[in-house]
Design a protein around this ligand. Structure first.
Ligand SMILES: [Zn+2]
Length: 331
């Protein structure tokens, strides 16, 4: 049975811009955010600015301010956000921790996640073991097949958008999968005190089940759980929710009807569709933008300071120059 995403009829378009304030915005972001703003405008909808500032080590207030200024300079306007307020705030992920905790507890009670005690070293060892990574094996007790992923292969197929997910993680070998939490049976809210502490929490994906969706820009997409991606992190042992969880909770709670973002997140979308279902939210529609590549055909990263919007602006380029260069089709 393929998992089709539930597309709920909605009366109003709600889109979002979700920059991570871990660096300066560059021409790639300009293209994606401009596309998002145009789609919201064309639909007569609402655009939300949300700061994805969960990463406590890499997020900086000055980058958040710079992002807002750069977006305004591009001519992008939003109706809800950290600077505007709105009914579904707060609009900074760092202020939404209680929502993510509630979602984690819901996933625990419903049996979708399990605690994982593997260290980073355990994981990198299993991901790099060349023989293991190509073979299938059973996870004892569940009789489920997990196929190891070969990351190096995936990276070498750089031209394929499906394999350059920026939030990708190695396929988890399933070591802790059989650890069932008895708390899942408990009625009512799970007390945080009763939960295992200092562990990662992973989503148990339905092995072999295809996750399909029709991308509004790139067409039909299909990823197979347990093959294209494995049991993914929803909560880190240092008490930080994963990007996958936070993004899903926010898009669900903020009633986002269409997510516009870079094609590097296609595989994350497949994971998030599973989370939307597990949490009982209607999944949004998806519009993934082609990535802007540099002169060497590499995906732009935040380290490409020469292509930061601020740098280009200081060199006298206008928003129109930047957008027409980044979007030849739409110019
Ligand atoms: Zn583990």
């Amino acid at each position: 049975m393929a998992i089709q995403k539930t597309q709920q009829a909605r009366t109003s378009y709600r889109g979002r811009l979700a920059p991570s304030p871990t660096g300066l915005l560059h021409v790639g972001h300009a293209r994606t955010f401009w596309t998002a703003s145009q789609r919201a405008r064309d639909a007569g909808g609402t655009l939300i600015l949300r700061m994805d500032d969960l990463d406590p080590e890499r997020s900086r207030a000055e980058y958040a301010e710079a992002s807002i200024e750069d977006l305004r300079w591009l001519g992008i306007r939003w109706q809800e956000g950290p600077d505007k307020g709105g009914e579904r705030g707060p609009y900074q992920q760092s202020k939404r921790l209680p929502h993510y905790e509630a979602a984690l507890h819901k996933l625990i009670r419903r049996g979708f996640v399990y605690p994982c005690r593997c260290s980073r070293r355990d994981l990198s060892r299993s991901a790099l073991a060349p023989h293991e990574s190509r073979s299938s094996y059973s996870s004892a007790g569940h009789g489920m097949q997990l196929r190891g992923g070969d990351l190096r292969d995936a990276e070498s197929r750089g031209g394929d958008l499906r394999n350059i997910d920026t939030d990708d993680e190695p396929i988890y070998p399933g070591t802790c999968r059989t650890f069932d939490v008895e708390l899942a049976q408990l009625p009512g809210p799970t007390s945080a005190r009763l939960l295992p502490q200092n562990v990662n929490w992973r989503f148990r994906v339905p092995d072999g089940v295809p996750v399909e969706f029709v991308d509004r820009n790139l067409g039909p997409q299909r990823f197979v759980a347990g093959v294209d991606f494995g049991d993914f992190l929803v909560w880190r042992r240092d008490n930080v929710p994963s990007y996958q969880l936070a993004s899903t909770v926010d898009d669900g709670m903020m009633e986002i009807s269409e997510v516009v973002r870079g094609a590097d997140l296609l595989k994350s979308t497949a994971r998030q569709i599973l989370l939307f279902r597990a949490l009982g939210y209607a999944a949004p529609n998806w519009f993934h933008c082609e990535l802007v590549l540099d002169h060497n055909g590499q995906r732009l990263a935040k380290r490409h300071d020469a292509l930061a919007l601020r740098t280009l602006r200081q060199r006298g380029l206008t928003p129109m120059n930047i957008l027409s260069a980044a979007m030849p089709v739409m110019a």
